[in-house]
Write a protein that binds this ligand. Structure first.
Ligand SMILES: Nc1ncnc2c1ncn2[C@@H]1O[C@H](COS(=O)(=O)NC(=O)[C@@H](N)CO)[C@@H](O)[C@H]1O
Length: 143
């Protein structure tokens, strides 16, 4: 799993066309979304993660919590992003991993939104530009 973490004044998205034959079913209200004062986490789930998705979820949540603590972000935007890796996991595994990351971050007390999976989306992002505002992390199963 590769992650690009951007501490932002806001991230907003709008769903455009479907990018997969069977994208994640979404409600009308999920077609647009925005969070202010947010740690945006762009996430590419990788083929190697298919060996132990649960472990990768745990490791990703740990990394995100660590960065959120450093930049004092209380809101997280989980954003599926297929462009951080050239060896992507298949969509059904990727969606499950991203849903679990969202779930666990909520359990940790963060306000979390997750952008819809399997769609082309327009998005606007305002990076804060401080020294820790742009970070990347990579996590893989140990086994
Ligand atoms: N492994 C993955 N990690 C994160 N997001 C993914 C992954 N696979 C698919 N997606 C989601 O599905 C969308 C389309 O994925 S894609 O790899 O870019 N494109 C496709 O799979 C098809 N257009 C065939 O190439 C992405 O924008 C993202 O929302």
């Amino acid at each position: 799993m590769r992650m690009l973490l951007i501490h932002s004044d806001y991230l907003e998205y709008e769903v455009k066309d479907r990018a997969l034959k069977n994208p994640e079913p979404i409600s009308e209200e999920q077609r647009k979304g925005r969070l202010d004062e947010v740690l945006a986490v762009f996430m590419s789930v990788e083929k190697v993660d298919e060996a132990n998705p649960e472990e990768v979820v745990e490791k990703a949540v740990k990394e995100i919590k660590d960065v959120a603590g450093q930049v004092k972000a209380e809101k997280i935007f989980v954003y599926p992003f297929a462009h951080l890796s050239s060896d992507l996991a298949k969509p059904d595994v990727a969606l499950e991993v991203l849903q679990k990351v969202e779930e666990k971050l909520k359990e940790e007390g963060f306000e979390v939104k997750r952008a819809p999976f399997g769609y082309y989306k327009a998005f606007k992002l305002s990076c804060k530009g401080h020294p820790l505002a742009e970070l990347s992390r990579s996590v893989v199963p140990s086994g």
